[in-house]
Design a protein around this ligand. Structure first.
Ligand SMILES: NC(=O)c1ccc[n+]([C@@H]2O[C@H](COP(=O)([O-])OP(=O)(O)OC[C@H]3O[C@@H](n4cnc5c(N)ncnc54)[C@H](O)[C@@H]3O)[C@@H](O)[C@H]2O)c1
Length: 321
């Protein structure tokens, strides 16, 4: 059994890739696993992993965590101190179309990983939750002491379930675990199913941007480097059972995001105003006082800079002049 400090699941995904890269850049060895599913273009996942494979300290495993034997093999081959579990079926809207994908990747796979964390005596378990657990909550900003028992999508339900499963394993087996409620993460190598990429594609290809809830949507967009900083701080400080909000604490209207993109791309957007979509929430806004107090974490990138970094990456990655 080979000792490797860090396991990152979902390593070909947006946040997994950036987290692994940051660790590798600091000379930390990383094993990463991903099933490269086609929820969005797998060639973007391959491109991310190709970057990671430039580091000799990186080991890639291709496999599906909802298969129990795959997880057992992984933990039998390597001894991990820290497990950062980011693999999941993401996306709120898709959970209305394909609920089973969420059961497999967010419940079955999560349970397989949690059992391995217990059986192989991992010292710290960090996993992705989501701001979507706040569901119908209208009190802002969203605080970790707010009630979270009214999720409005199956995606949110699976994320809240993860927090409860981790609680039980902490209670029964003393596993230090940290659930991170990410708030709409943006930046280079971002997800093609999320607003930043969808809007950019629409502007460039002269298609109208679908603006839901007649434009009255606000999101607490959070830059990827700030998110990675919060993930790594959590990995470095095992302690009891914790939940942290990782959000920018500065919600902006979607209209504002569109205007930033127009400026960066030097092109006007066409807009198609539509009603609110089922499963969505009108506003997200993170209270980060607890995260700052316990982790010393504070976001440092505003939406204007986040858009600039994203657009620069987009132009070079997709060869757009
Ligand atoms: N990006 C955000 O704004 C955001 C917000 C809140 C929560 N999250 C959560 O953060 C985590 C990472 O999100 P992301 O944006 O990087 O998403 P992503 O879809 O880019 O990454 C997830 C990765 O997990 C892999 N995966 C899915 N099911 C798997 C399985 N059964 N076995 C192995 N690999 C599997 C996918 O192939 C993908 O590469 C997810 O848990 C997501 O729910 C993300």
């Amino acid at each position: 059994m080979k000792k490797v400090n860090n396991l990152i699941t979902g390593v070909a995904g947006f946040i997994g890739f950036h987290t692994a890269k940051q660790l590798l850049d600091s000379n930390e060895p990383v094993v990463g696993i991903d099933n490269f599913n086609d929820y969005y273009d797998p060639s973007l996942k391959e491109a991310r992993v190709a970057e990671l494979l430039k580091h000799e300290n990186f080991t890639l495993v291709r496999g599906d965590l909802s298969e129990r034997q795959t997880v057992i093999d992984l933990f039998s081959n390597y001894q991990f101190d820290k497990v950062c579990h980011l693999a999941a079926q993401a996306g709120v809207r898709y959970s209305l179309e394909n609920p089973n994908a969420y059961v497999q990747s967010n419940l079955v796979a999560f349970m397989n990983v949690l059992e391995a964390v217990r059986n192989y005596e991992v010292k710290n378990f960090v996993y992705a939750s989501s701001s979507s657990v706040y569901g119908k909550n209208t009190k802002v900003p969203f605080s970790i002491t707010d009630r979270v028992d009214e999720p409005v999508s199956l995606y949110a339900t699976t994320k809240r379930s993860n927090e409860l499963m981790a609680y039980t394993y902490h209670h029964l087996y003393g596993i230090p675990s940290t659930g991170l409620r990410f708030f709409t993460v943006v930046g280079p190598y971002g997800r093609p199913d999320m607003a930043m990429m969808l809007f950019t594609d629409a502007i460039i290809n002269d298609r109208p941007i679908k603006v839901f809830n007649q434009g009255n949507m606000e999101r607490d967009f959070t830059y990827i480097d700030d998110i990675v900083d919060g993930v790594i701080r959590s990995m470095d400080t095992p302690s009891g059972y914790r939940i942290f909000n990782l959000g920018n604490n500065q919600p902006v209207k979607l209209e504002y995001l569109i205007s930033c993109l127009e400026r960066s791309l030097d092109k006007k957007a066409k807009r198609e105003y539509l009603p609110m979509q089922a499963g969505d929430v009108p506003r997200t806004f993170a209270d980060i006082s607890h995260t700052t107090e316990k982790l010393g974490w504070k976001p440092t990138t505003d939406i204007d800079d986040a858009v600039k970094h994203f657009v620069n990456w987009y132009k070079s990655f997709y060869h757009y002049q």
